[in-house]
Write a protein that binds this ligand. Structure first.
Ligand SMILES: Nc1ncnc2c1ncn2[C@@H]1O[C@H](COP(=O)(O)OP(=O)(O)O)[C@@H](O)[C@H]1O
Ligand SMILES: [Mg+2]
Length: 325
């Protein structure tokens, strides 16, 4: 492989009787973001720890930035950064001092370390906070500083283990911008997440893992079409037409539609023929619509179809759902 990001083949890892990884293969070429998606305990952190040379696999092989993780761990370590769940910054130091210290530890001269710290503080929107101790930072600022800290050494591959856990949606969006910036710089990213939206928003490709196995992989669009089927959604102009619309959908799709908020009715279908049939029947009955769409299933629906279980409640969008009838 000339495009060196990372690749793993058949990784196996057991902890006592627990099989954490049962033959995991995944890869990303240089500059791409691979999203590793899976519920708690699926094996996501174990994959990262093996690729980051913190843990030896029992079987299989992996290379990162062109070097084998078990035979050339020193070469791998020089080219990677690990960031996410366990922030590695010193609480008592200022943001700037943290970045300078890391630069010094990486053998930069003081002026080089100071310059690199300045660049990263600017890029991560932390210039104002740079002179304050990290102890007073908000969760979002800490996460950005942690990501900045991981970039001091200009890594080729960055591992982000559930980077946005616990961030509110605004802070999460800021972090997403930063992560997109990494891949724009040619950095290869492995991002683990339980948030389907996050994988959809950031990843060039996704590997879904469950019980230590890759159960599906591909681009977000490929995953959605792999599950098969589409959803048709209709919103009648006049809410009084809901019943007649429901009857049409049920008749064409062969099953009762779901009624979502805002008077939208949605039903899964297998092909686009149903769309034309539904449109024709709506016109026949003079039912005006404000929305009529054929769409791929959401990643939530994909996850449900693949694992047989919805993403756990805590994994779903944090904002409260608006009560509309
Ligand atoms: N050091 C360890 N000792 C024993 N079991 C572990 C250890 N690390 C992980 N496991 C187990 O391996 C499985 C996968 O864990 P992990 O990779 O942390 O999953 P995830 O990050 O997807 O939540 C889980 O069943 C977990 O309990
Ligand atoms: Mg984990």
């Amino acid at each position: 492989m000339t495009e060196q990001g990372f690749e793993a083949e058949g990784l196996v890892k057991a902890f006592g009787k627990v099989t954490a990884l049962d033959g995991v293969s995944l890869a990303a070429p240089r500059g791409q973001v691979l999203g590793v998606l899976g519920p708690n305990g699926a094996g996501k952190t174990t994959v990262i720890r093996i690729l980051a040379t913190l843990l030896r696999p029992d079987g299989g092989r992996a290379s990162v930035a062109g070097y084998d993780v078990t035979r050339q761990p020193g070469q791998v370590r020089r080219r990677i950064a690990l960031s996410g769940q366990h922030a590695s910054v010193d609480e008592e130091l200022t943001g700037r001092a943290n970045l300078v210290m890391i630069g010094r530890l990486l053998d930069l001269t003081h002026p080089q370390a100071a310059r690199r710290a300045g660049e990263l503080l600017a890029r991560f929107g932390l210039e104002d906070a740079a002179k304050r101790p990290v102890a007073g930072y908000s969760g979002g600022m800490r996460r950005r500083l942690d990501l900045a800290a991981s970039l001091v050494g200009r890594p080729e591959v960055v591992f982000l283990d559930e980077p946005s856990v616990g961030l509110d949606p605004g802070k999460r969006d800021e972090l997403w911008q930063m992560i997109r910036g990494l891949s724009a710089d040619g950095v290869t990213v492995l991002l683990t997440t339980q948030y389907l939206e996050e994988a959809d928003a950031l990843a060039d490709a996704i590997a879904v893992i469950d019980h230590g196995r890759v159960i599906a992989s591909g681009t977000p669009a490929e995953l959605k079409s792999q599950v098969g089927g589409h959803t048709i959604a209709v919103r009648p102009n006049d809410p009084a037409d809901a019943e007649a619309t429901t009857a049409i959908l049920a008749d064409v799709a062969g099953r009762a539609p779901e009624r979502s908020t805002r008077h939208e009715l949605a039903v899964p279908v297998t092909g686009d023929e149903a769309l034309f049939e539904i449109a024709a029947r709506l016109r026949e009955q003079r039912i005006g619509v404000s929305e009529l769409s054929l769409r791929l299933p959401s990643l939530d629906e994909v996850f449900l179809a693949l694992t047989g279980a919805p993403a756990t409640a805590a994994d779903n969008t944090p904002e409260p759902t608006k009560a509309a009838s």
